[in-house]
Design a protein around this ligand. Structure first.
Ligand code: BGC
Length: 947
């Protein structure tokens, strides 16, 4: 091959070899033409023929090998993990017809068949996602390697994939030799200092592998021989700790020295016992910090050793004087125990520790991606406010903290305050943080020092600095964004810069609020896993990033915290007590999110995992209904809907809360039925189908007039009725018309709150009102999605008018500038503007629909998503009297593509008449529709001919 390439270059050819390799028969005429043009002699002609032959035998390659949706994960405690892989090919219509998978404990034996834990044999199947392990019993703490190969529908086998691996977690509580330990120095008080734990040990032989398992009551940071273990933050993450406590697994082989070693671990309050919610609430899960640590060393002579937390460890208080999620961190570096995580430090003055007998049965391996550091920001502007405050603007509302370099005398105290916005006069504004102090306080020991917090986070764009003796040097300040390390998957761009900024704001709203748990906001004294917000945003979230494991982990906490009555708490993990639950549209997160995740990632296991929770919630509503009408209990309703200042015309968009409750009762029941059907629970499917019929009848009897008017004549009422299919077909068109009339009566303005907004534009599109949906999207006056953008937002606001047109603020008691719920419009942008859709028949993008909805207000729009099968993209643009639609469909999937054209005439694909390329081309409602397989397609619609 190399020779051929050189030969070609030698002959001055302009052919790009790498592109040619993946090309297909369509190149043949060009090759012939080239041969004629260059009047080639026979040998060269022969070379080209070989090259062409090879190109057409190009094999499918495999990449992106995942176990339980993660790349080479450390710590899976699922006894039958699932494997996924991607087929890569430049050819069109590539499908997998069979696969073979090998799993072993030794990397070198894989491609052979001996000594394997599992050899699947050749399985005739097109499954390349979530293929379950069926081999020998997997063992605690063991590292397994795997490889896969496939056969494609052209009869070609792929080469074996590269080797990937995963490590099993500790599958049984008896695998833990470690003891829970606590420090007698850990006392309650106004400030609760972080606690250091340390232990030196000897490792006299050659280490082959060393794996650390760590968790805590509190949050921890671990060091071995002065080096940080891993790059995760705020570990062990946040779960319903009394039922599920995650541990992390680290391969620390490289950190262990031959001879003396030192382990140093710091614990702080975190969510476990720090301040959470309101009224000084703390110690939600317990009042003591505890550590559980186990280091399993495997020596090259075959022997093993475990270094575990137990009573011989020592503890001390160090420089972290206090650390709270809401209030920030205080570090007094004069109190630093210099060198305490290194061998040889004199810990004679340190305290002994106490062993505790806490249960280990709640321990679980970490399922989702831990929190990591991501983007960094340098100061955009350093300035002094009218009040004389020294402020830095980082240009982006982000969640994380600021790394600083400070220089001063011992005892100098530097305070850093955090704010999302400046007020009307340009002063630093923190009233909306409510009781959260959100401060980083550094007390210097003298000289130049670097600081960053460890056990807190802030939501901010601006910082105010107090106590600095010198002028601010911007180079000494770097903002760092922290969030769960989910893989970015989606992009969306169009010709309207304000909409692009909206997309940016949606993504940053997601980054700032996906810190191990989906939170409402990241800055004030709240930051809780509000269920309603999470369900509203879940589909949009899954476009922007891979949130499969993130939500799957959180949904297990939803299940764990479900009350015996079936009620789902307002927030998960539940920190608000047993009576704060069962609110419509919030509790339904337990049915909506599992269903969404199943659709988006095609994984039935999430439905199996959540089914009993879904069912218990529907049963709760059933039990609390009379004559199939659920009209009791406390509800938030269509939270933060539009309310004009002057409501003399009675135009506020108040939707009856029980009408909403009945709507979501029907929707959750519908989703339960669908889940039952997917899981083959046909008795349930039938039983709940009967119930759904009755729920809808009760809805119509109570809330709909015979002519189709709803008792609440609001956008949200119509949107829910239409989106959840509550009305008979005969009343749908009239209801859609009423919705549009309502929107127009406000001057083409939305009035929806948290519950109506996610579905508003989808309903308009479904009933043929794209133009109204687009007008709502492009509106930039309050209330609208682009109003905050025009006001300079870099994230999504909690309220449509967080900052009013006169630059004054909404009430400080509820005015977050980083609240993702209204960002739910992102789902419509991907699915309607760019037209990327799932086919429910084969979810997870195994079967795809591409149907862009064009508008005269945009010249182009392009979106892509990294699916488990590979990249899927849709781009349309209008140029020179044509409409171009470029589509990329990943291998091993099929797609139905809707090309915006009235007839096939004048429509081409890669330069050829469309009817010569595709066998079946249909015409439907302003589109021509064709079915195809993988590949890149470029359609051109000549608009003049299309008229
Ligand atoms: C949160 C919301 C949440 C709501 C319940 C607020 O305090 O910030 O986002 O859903 O309470 O209505």
């Amino acid at each position: 091959m190399l020779l051929l390439k050189h030969a070609l270059i030698g002959f001055g050819s302009k052919i790009n070899f790498s592109k040619l390799q993946g090309s297909s028969y369509s190149l043949f005429p060009y090759l012939l033409c080239l041969l004629k043009l260059t009047a080639m002699k026979r040998p060269l002609c022969f070379l080209f023929m070989i090259l062409f032959f090879n190109a057409n035998k190009a094999q499918v390659k495999l990449q992106n090998l995942l176990v339980e949706n993660l790349s080479n994960p450390q710590g899976i405690d699922n006894a039958t993990p699932r494997f996924s892989w991607q087929l890569i090919s430049d050819k069109r219509n590539i499908m997998q017809t069979a696969y073979e998978l090998h799993v072993g404990t030794n990397k070198s034996v894989l491609a052979k068949s001996a000594n394997l834990e599992w050899s699947s044999g050749k399985i005739n199947s097109d499954s390349s996602v979530h293929v379950a392990y069926k081999g020998k019993r997997l063992q605690s703490g063991k590292k397994y390697f795997w490889q896969v190969r496939v056969w494609d529908n052209q009869g070609n086998p792929s080469p074996w994939s590269e080797t990937a691996y995963w490590r099993m977690g500790l599958l049984d509580s008896s695998d833990w030799n470690a003891k829970w330990i606590e420090s007698p120095l850990d006392k309650d008080g106004d400030q609760r200092p972080a606690i250091h734990f340390r232990k030196e040990f000897q490792s006299s032989k050659k280490v082959e592998s060393a794996v650390a398992y760590i968790t805590a009551h509190g949050v921890y940071e671990a060091m071995i021989n002065g080096k940080r273990v891993g790059n995760f933050y705020l570990t062990p993450g946040w779960t319903s700790y009394n039922k599920r406590l995650q541990y992390q697994i680290y391969d620390v082989t490289d950190l262990i020295a031959r001879g003396d070693n030192c382990i140093g671990i710091t614990l702080a309050n975190g969510w476990y016992r720090g301040f959470l919610a309101w009224g000084g609430n703390k110690n939600t899960w317990g009042k003591d910090l505890s550590l559980l640590f186990q280091l399993d060393i495997h020596y090259s002579d075959g022997s093993n050793e475990s270094i575990v937390s137990e009573k011989s460890w020592k503890s001390s208080i160090g420089s972290i004087v206090d650390a709270e999620i809401y209030h920030g961190e205080i570090i007094d570096s004069r109190k630093e125990k210099t060198g305490w995580t290194n061998v040889g430090y004199n810990d004679a003055g340190w305290s002994t520790v106490i062993e505790k007998n806490y249960s280990k049965s709640v321990l679980i391996a970490t399922q989702n991606e831990p929190i990591k550091k991501h983007e960094t920001f340098s100061p955009l502007k350093v300035f002094t406010t009218p009040k004389g405050e020294k402020v830095i603007d980082f240009g982006q509302n982000l969640v994380g903290w600021v790394k600083v370099k400070l220089n001063g005398r011992a005892g100098d105290t530097i305070k850093i305050f955090h704010a999302e916005v400046l007020d009307k006069d340009g002063n630093f504004y923190t009233d909306n943080l409510r009781a959260a102090k959100a401060q980083a306080v550094y007390i210097l020991k003298g000289g130049e020092e670097s600081f960053e917090p460890h056990f807190t986070f802030f939501g901010f764009r601006y910082i105010k600095i107090e106590g600095l003796q010198s002028a601010i040097n911007p180079e000494n300040f770097t903002a760092v964004a922290l969030y769960s390390d989910m893989k970015p998957t989606g992009t969306f761009t169009c010709s309207n810069p304000l909409v692009n900024q909206l997309q940016h704001n949606i993504q940053w709203g997601q980054k700032g609020n996906f810190l191990d748990v989906p939170t409402d906001c990241p800055q004030r004294d709240e930051r809780l896993g509000w269920t309603g917000d999470a369900q509203a945003f879940s589909r949009t979230a899954a476009f922007n990033m891979n949130v499969n494991n993130f939500f799957s982990k959180w949904l297990k906490d939803v299940a764990a915290d479900q009350l015996p009555s079936g009620s789902i708490p307002f927030v998960i993990p539940n920190v608000l007590g047993p009576n704060a639950g069962a609110a419509t549209g919030w509790a339904d997160a337990c049915t909506i999110i599992p269903w969404n995740m199943y659709l988006l990632y095609g994984d039935k296991r999430i439905l199996e995992q959540q089914y009993s929770t879904m069912k218990a919630w529907v049963d709760y509503m059933k039990k609390n209904s009379k004559n199939d009408l659920w009209n009791t209990g406390y509800h938030f309703g269509d939270w933060l809907f539009y309310r004009p200042f002057d409501d003399n015309d009675g135009r506020a968009a108040v939707t009856d809360k029980y009408l909403i409750a009945q709507s979501f009762y029907a929707y959750s029941t519908q989703l339960l039925i669908k889940a039952a059907q997917v899981l083959g629970k046909l008795t349930d499917a039938n039983e709940y189908s009967d119930l759904l019929k009755k729920i809808k009848e009760a809805y119509i009897k109570e809330y709909v007039t015979p002519s189709g008017r709803l008792v609440s004549n609001t956008q949200t009422a119509y949107v829910l009725a239409l989106n959840f299919d509550l009305l008979p077909a005969s009343l749908q068109a009239v209801a859609a018309q009423r919705l549009v009339d309502n929107i127009k009566s406000y001057g083409t303005q939305l009035t929806t709150g948290f519950l109506g907004t996610p579905y508003l534009c989808h309903v308009l599109t479904r009933f043929g009102y794209d133009s109204v949906a687009y007008q709502l999207l492009f509106r930039d006056k309050y209330p609208s999605w682009l109003y905050p953008v025009k006001m300079g937002a870099t994230t999504i606001w909690e309220r449509w008018d967080g900052i009013k047109p006169d630059s004054s603020f909404q009430t400080p008691s509820m005015n977050s500038f980083n609240h993702y719920a209204y960002g739910a419009i992102g789902d419509w942008m991907y699915r309607t503007i760019a037209g990327i859709n799932i086919d429910e028949e084969q979810p997870g993008y195994k079967k795809i629909t591409i149907q862009p909805h064009l508008t005269d207000s945009l010249r182009f729009a392009t979106a892509s998503i990294e699916t488990y099968y590979g990249k899927l993209s849709s781009e349309w643009k209008k140029e020179n009297g044509t409409t171009v639609l470029n589509v990329e469909v990943p291998a091993n999937t099929t797609a139905t593509i809707f090309i915006p054209a009235n007839s096939a005439e004048g429509v081409s694909e890669s330069g050829k008449n469309i009817q010569t390329v595709f066998k079946q081309v249909e015409t439907k409602n302003g589109y021509i529709v064709l079915k195809t397989g993988s590949g890149k397609y470029s359609f051109v619609v000549n608009r003049k001919k299309d008229m």
